[in-house]
Design a protein around this ligand. Structure first.
Ligand code: G6Q
Length: 559
């Protein structure tokens, strides 16, 4: 029981306890049996929202499960939190900020207020500025210092200033401008900048320095190296403005770096880094696909925002996906969640969602600063589906951990290889079927006897070939991967993450773990350059720093 005047924690809520009882009743049920006894299962457990179909029937749920999970969502006041987010309340309590990436795609243009000020005029003004600039670059009107058109764009950014635009850029390949290539430079490892610059020409390259804070060491270091490289061409400082633009909330720091203020595209502190692809951080995407397509991406996200705002919880796509995740994490003890896109253009989606989800909900202290006594965000991982099948799917099928997974595919393809597409789709569908059904001992005998000649020692081997099944999956089918459906898909996951954060009573919008990382290395970096032996850390860290220095700066190389 909660102490007097203390709010109950998640596990003390009546809806949570009802779910615990429900879990005891149904956790052993087999999905193959549930399918066999209910013809309406798919109809009941799927949602179609414009160009996205979510089939969640292959989950370990019965008719009562979703209503019970929705009771939990209501008990934590999900709807009120959702409305507060859209209204611009400062729900990011540890940074005292509003959370308004939804305003960036608010195509109705209804006013959205932060501190009494409508943010829509500045959102629209930045979009207009991006449009004017991108049209110049795309049309070859924006010239480099030798009067040549731009052919290559390098987005220098990391984390939220890299993963979102990179994922969208690759996803929208069929919409790319044919004479412009975007490169993404994020790593401070000099190998990456060398690899990218090797094939580029200073006269035709445009750099976007994308950093919300404009203080991130990796990004600023890379930007300085890029500037040096540019100046090696014989161009002078004055000409930097033709080749460097910035995206930031910190206009002063961008100006200090030497970027013409006319070439700085602004966004605001109410846009979280990992939610920033809808802001000017999407500049590289606009340059590649044009403003018209970018607005369709925003439009898709806006459509999903409306669905999330207006649809009853029981039929609400992000809510259902979030609640299923809670069901597996908190009741079945699942620790990870697979993202498996069967669409090569979506190959970066798992990496993008890894950050979106784990940086948002990978937390163990609740909004009130209290340590939680329940499990929160899972490990998000995955890769392009077909490749994963030949790698780690073994563990999903027959390992000891439950790994709920999302299978994501596009029905219509952009390429002309329909046969290949059919093979890929057949694989995706076969996997979800196999994960659900498994293969019993009897079925295995039948399969094996039919398919192998030597059945002498089959008794020894047969158990390795049995699949328990009952592994949960969601299937998300996009009619086609377009800017609009991609916008919907990304916003779907953003809201899923939001809902889970509310259930777990987390602030999903801060990232103190990342902030720590930004600080830690600075001390060691300074020590690497000093002459004295380093002694100020634990013995392992001291020894590693000193060993590194002895090889790099004193030439102590072993064979
Ligand atoms: C995202 C995080 C983090 C951030 C990067 C880059 O939500 O805050 O991933 O995006 O650390 O930060 P800057 O954009 O400020 O360079």
């Amino acid at each position: 029981m909660p102490k007097k005047n203390e709010l109950p924690t998640l596990t003390e809520l009546p809806a949570y306890q009802a779910l615990e009882n429900h879990f005891k009743l149904i956790s052993q049920l087999k999905m193959r049996h549930l399918f066999a006894t209910d013809e309406k299962r798919v109809e009941k457990f799927s949602i179609k929202n414009k160009s996205i179909l979510l089939d969640y029937s292959k989950n370990r749920i019965v008719d009562e499960t979703i209503p019970l999970l929705c009771n939990l969502a209501r008990e934590v006041n999900l709807e009120s939190w959702r409305d507060r987010m859209f209204a611009g309340d400062k729900i990011n309590n540890t940074e005292n900020r509003a959370v308004l990436h939804t305003a960036l795609r608010n195509q109705t243009n209804e006013a959205v207020f932060v501190d009494g000020k409508d943010v829509m005029p500045e959102v629209n003004a930045t979009l207009d500025k991006i449009e004017v600039f991108s049209e110049k670059v795309r049309g070859g009107i924006w010239k480099g210092f030798t009067d040549k058109a731009i052919t290559d764009i390098v987005n220098i950014g990391i984390g939220g200033s890299d993963l979102g635009p990179k994922m969208v850029y690759h996803a929208l390949k069929p919409y790319h401008h044919k004479e412009l290539t975007v490169h993404f430079l994020s790593n401070v490892d000099g190998a990456q900048i060398d690899d990218i610059l090797e094939d580029l020409d200073q006269e035709t390259t445009l750099f976007i320095v994308a950093s919300k804070t404009f203080t991130t060491q990796e990004t600023i270091t890379n930007a300085h190296i890029a500037r040096e490289w540019f100046l090696q061409s014989g161009a002078d400082d004055e000409q930097i403005s033709k080749h460097f633009v910035a995206v930031s909330t910190n206009l002063e720091a961008a100006a200090e770096f030497g970027i013409d203020t006319d070439n700085v595209f602004e966004f605001w502190d109410w846009v979280g880094g990992r939610y920033s692809l809808w802001s000017a951080i999407g500049l590289s995407v606009v340059l590649a696909v044009g403003m018209e397509n970018y607005k369709k991406l925003l439009g898709g996200a806006h459509a999903m925002d409306n669905h999330f705002k207006e649809t009853p919880l029981e039929e609400n796509m992000p809510v259902i996906m979030a609640l299923l995740g809670v069901w597996y994490n908190n009741f079945f003890g699942a620790e990870s969640h697979g993202i498996l896109p069967y669409d090569d253009y979506l190959r970066d989606l798992p990496f993008y969602l890894q950050q979106a989800d784990m940086e948002s909900n990978g937390k163990s202290v609740d909004r009130n600063g209290k340590k939680v006594d329940y499990v929160t965000g899972p490990i998000i991982w995955g890769t392009s589906g077909i490749n994963g099948q030949h790698a780690f799917y073994q563990a999903i099928h027959q390992g000891t951990q439950m790994i709920p997974s999302d299978f994501i595919a596009s029905i219509l393809t952009h390429n002309s290889h329909q046969d290949q597409h059919d093979i890929m789709m057949a694989n995706a569908l076969a996997q979800t079927e196999a994960l659900m059904k498994g293969r019993t001992l009897d079925e295995t005998y039948t399969d094996i006897v039919e398919n192998i000649n030597d059945i002498e020692d089959i008794e020894d081997r047969i158990h390795h070939m049995v699949f328990e099944g009952n592994n949960p999956t969601n299937t998300l089918l996009l009619t086609k991967l377009t800017p609009h459906s991609l916008g919907m898909l990304i916003a779907l996951y953003e809201h899923k993450i939001f809902v889970q954060g509310i259930i777990w009573n987390l602030n999903s919008f801060d990232q103190w773990g990342v902030e720590l990382g930004k600080k830690l290395a600075k001390k060691i970096h300074a020590e690497i350059g000093q002459a004295e032996t380093v002694t100020g850390h634990d013995s392992s860290t001291n020894a590693l720093i000193n060993y590194y220095r002895s090889v790099v700066y004193k030439g102590a190389i072993d064979d």
